[in-house]
Design a protein around this ligand. Sequence first.
Ligand code: ATP
Length: 318
Amino acid sequence: MSEKEKNIPLIGSGDPVIAVRRASLWYGQVIGINDITLDIGSGVIGLLGPNGAGKSTFMKVLTGQLHPSTGGVAIHGKLVWNNPEIMSKVGFVPEQDAFYEEMTGLEFVTFLTQLQGFSKEKAAELAKDAIAEVSLTKEQDRPIHTYSKGMRQRIKIAQALAHKPQILFMDEPLTGTDPVGRRHIIELIKKVGEQGSTVIVSSHILHEVEQMTSNILLINKGRVIADGNVYRIREMIDEHPHTIFIEADKNREFAALLSKFDDVVEIRFLERGFQIATRNPDACYDRIPRMALEHKIELKQYASQDNNLMAVFNYLVR
Ligand SMILES: Nc1ncnc2c1ncn2[C@@H]1O[C@H](COP(=O)(O)OP(=O)(O)OP(=O)(O)O)[C@@H](O)[C@H]1O
């Protein structure tokens, strides 16, 4: 693949690290990704799209876990498919949990690092460093089946980081994490990006991704439908109210408190909680935990809904 090809979008900074050319993948009749061509440089890149958009498929094609039906992917000029040399440069945090539950965190990360070709001693040393990076040292000798969801996410990140890859892929790394765990992972992702690596992070929540980076690839129905700076994408999104689902022990009382703010344009009660539409998501996200605490309301969960993102996708693909 020639790097001199013209008009190929480059997302991220510096020289291209990953080159994707006309890559498509079908699962039988179903399209996973559809004719994607772009270059990816370094820094943190958010891969954003609603459920089923093709994010996981794209990541698996980029990492050589799936062979594209047509087209190809190269990292540093070398095709990724069936190329073990490339694998040592890549770390992957999968969406699903696939643990050896009886292993301790340290055993798990050491074992997977050994598979990268390191001796047991060296792998254990690298594993300890990576576990420290994700602040799990205190828990490293506990079996994984005793870990919380957030800890499981972090140990997955440690296994991806341990062999010090130049490129890190993370499929929905914030799923199931609490606010403190989320902040920690976001800071970690930013740090790895600032060290000059390429970090590709998928999510279906813009608010999460924009805390890590302003470089975004929007993907829908297997196609990249926009790339570039988050501000442009944000502008499109801000035209549509942002929807947040909230579940608390006193839903009606909490909804009444939140409805007093001008940016809240709609409240709808659902089976377990309620949904609010806001024109100022940032203020709203700050306000929700603060007000719950102030009014002694137990917040069971709050999360962005796909709806506003879907509205933007509908608008972009029209
Ligand atoms: N193994 C598979 N067999 C058949 N179809 C699949 C398979 N994996 C994914 N698909 C389909 O391919 C499309 C893209 O799925 P993919 O999992 O890549 O999307 P995604 O953006 O990662 O979604 P999510 O956030 O829900 O994981 C979807 O229509 C999905 O149903």
